[in-house]
Design a protein around this ligand. Structure first.
Ligand code: NJP
Length: 241
């Protein structure tokens, strides 16, 4: 049975992707910081009849990522999804701590995940790594300086990886969603319910399931096909925001 790894699997896109990959027949290794939530996701995913392991993971820690990956010698699919945004301040008023965390989680976190799993992806003979970036990795908007910068950087890491791995048995995918209804905004505005609630403003966001379905489709294409980048937007969202 093929194995898929999902980082940030305790909620949102990662959680939905875990269920979709389980339904597609993958055994799973799931990681996130919130162990109670992760255990619930693992239990639900097992209903598809696959083997599911849940391990603690903090992608901002090299040691944590290495421990997470330990013992997995052949892995077919890695979904590097863990990440998020903090704040929505103009560049002039940026919060250094928030910007540091966003870079560490969304950019270095992806690189740590890639580094930890590349040997196992190669060993599988047809590895696939999908990195969840954002439409904000290709556009920007007022107040988006910190988040768009790190997602642009994450997209650059994906592009670099693709050329570095040319000719190797690992396919590299980028998944760039627009607005998705998850805990993303709650985390971003930590506790400011009003700001979090106003975030969609006339847009019907995608569901996490919409994104999960697309990711699962992309990583299950035949071996000669690379879905290089998936841009997935709500129909009424004109641009990143
Ligand atoms: O949000 P949420 P999404 N180490 O908050 C985990 C991108 N995106 O599903 O550690 C390990 O429900 C966290 O787990 P926990 C976004 O940038 C979103 O929307 O337990 N895991 C949780 O499982 C992100 O890259 C939208 O707190 C860490 C998960 O990440 C991805 O989609 C639009 C972690 C976050 O789940 C998933 O976000 C877009 C760490 N240090 C891109 N930090 C959108 N929702 O609108 C966080 O374009 N996690």
């Amino acid at each position: 049975m093929a194995t898929a790894v999902v980082t940030g699997a305790s909620s949102g896109i990662g959680e939905a992707t875990a269920y979709a990959l389980a339904e597609a027949g993958f055994d799973l290794l799931l990681g996130a910081r919130r162990q109670d939530r992760l255990a619930e996701v693992a239990e639900k995913a097992r209903a598809a009849g696959v083997s599911v392991e849940a391990r603690p993971l903090d992608v901002t820690s090299t040691a944590s990522v290495q421990e997470f990956a330990a013992g997995h010698d052949a892995v077919e699919v890695v979904i590097a999804n863990a990440g998020g945004a903090l704040g929505l301040d103009p560049v002039e008023g940026f919060d250094e701590e928030q910007w540091r965390w966003m870079y560490d989680a969304n950019v270095t976190g992806v690189a740590r995940t890639v580094r930890a799993f590349l040997p196992a992806l190669r060993a599988s003979g047809d590895g696939r790594i999908a990195v969840v970036t954002s439409v904000a990795g290709h556009q920007t908007y007022p107040g988006g300086g910190g988040y768009t910068a790190v997602k642009h950087a994450a997209a650059a890491v994906v592009d670099t990886l693709r050329v570095e791995l040319l000719g190797e048995p690992v396919r590299v995918l980028e998944v760039a969603p627009g607005m998705v209804e998850t805990e993303f905004s709650k985390v971003r505005f930590s506790g400011d319910e009003e700001r979090a609630a106003g975030v969609y403003q006339g847009v019907t966001p995608l569901t996490a399931g919409d994104v999960a379905e697309a990711i699962t489709w992309a990583v299950t294409r035949p071996a000669h096909v690379v879905v290089a980048r998936l841009d997935l937007m709500p129909r009424d969202q004109a641009s990143a925001r």
